[in-house]
Design a protein around this ligand. Structure first.
Ligand SMILES: *Cc1c(COP(=O)(O)O)cnc(C)c1O
Length: 219
């Protein structure tokens, strides 16, 4: 399959799964995760009409996205990887959505930068549903208070929650937990599901799925 066929196949699987779950295909956004792939690999996917992309490193994204966005201004770029404070200004300048907000310090720096740059980004709070010590994300029990702080005090637009379940576990319970937390925190969107489990994530209510290798190939 070429990349056009792979994109069509993934979109078809998203639509079929959404409809089986009693949801609309249009209610699930495909975030095409283009990390490690260069502009020449990404451009054909843009040419097929894909507009939402995810990257996990600020510096890598800076090397390719200004040119790609220059040609196609309606692209929406999501940061899905860990963010350090010293990269926050660059991240606010380049990205439209940051999905990896997981601690007060970075939330404060992002709020400052949005003010300085006059930009209104959208944010997701990342939750470490498996409480894995090596993984980014908030303790599920701290999520509601953190969302409240981001919204009420820092005036960040928190529109959703994001998680990456433990690689060696059935992801279903993690997706269910994220959906429950979203209801408790009154956030609308759920970013969950990757190449291997995006259909399961849609069954549990994902509003966006982050698909990399199934679309671009193995990294
Ligand atoms: C790389 C990555 C993905 C995509 O993973 P695939 O298994 O290649 O689809 C999704 N989410 C995050 C946070 C990632 O870093």
């Amino acid at each position: 399959m070429d990349i056009e066929a792979r994109l069509a196949d993934i979109k078809e699987r998203i639509a079929t799964t959404a409809e089986k779950a009693g949801r609309k295909a249009a209610d699930v956004t495909l975030v095409a995760v283009s990390k490690t792939f260069d502009g020449d690999a990404i451009q054909p996917v843009i040419d097929c009409g894909q507009r939402v992309f995810g990257e996990n490193r600020v510096q890598e994204a800076q090397g390719k996205w200004p040119a790609l966005k220059g040609k196609t201004p309606d692209i929406e770029l999501h940061l899905i990887g860990p963010l350090q404070s010293n990269k926050a200004a660059d991240a606010v300048a380049l990205f439209d959505v940051i999905e990896s907000v997981d601690r007060e310090k970075i939330a404060r720096v992002l709020a400052d930068e949005c003010g300085k740059q006059g930009k209104a980004l959208r944010f997701y709070v990342q939750v470490n549903t498996g409480l894995e010590p090596q993984k980014a994300g908030l303790d599920p029990r701290e999520t509601a208070a953190f969302v409240k702080l981001c919204r009420d005090e820092l005036k960040l637009t928190v529109e959703g929650l994001m998680c990456i379940p433990p690689a060696d576990e059935n992801p279903g319970p993690h997706f269910a937990l994220l959906a429950k937390l979203a209801r408790e925190c009154d956030v609308e969107k759920l970013s969950m599901g990757m190449s291997g489990d995006f259909e399961t994530a849609i069954e549990f209510g994902a509003t966006s799925v982050r698909v990399g290798s199934a679309l671009f190939g193995t990294r």
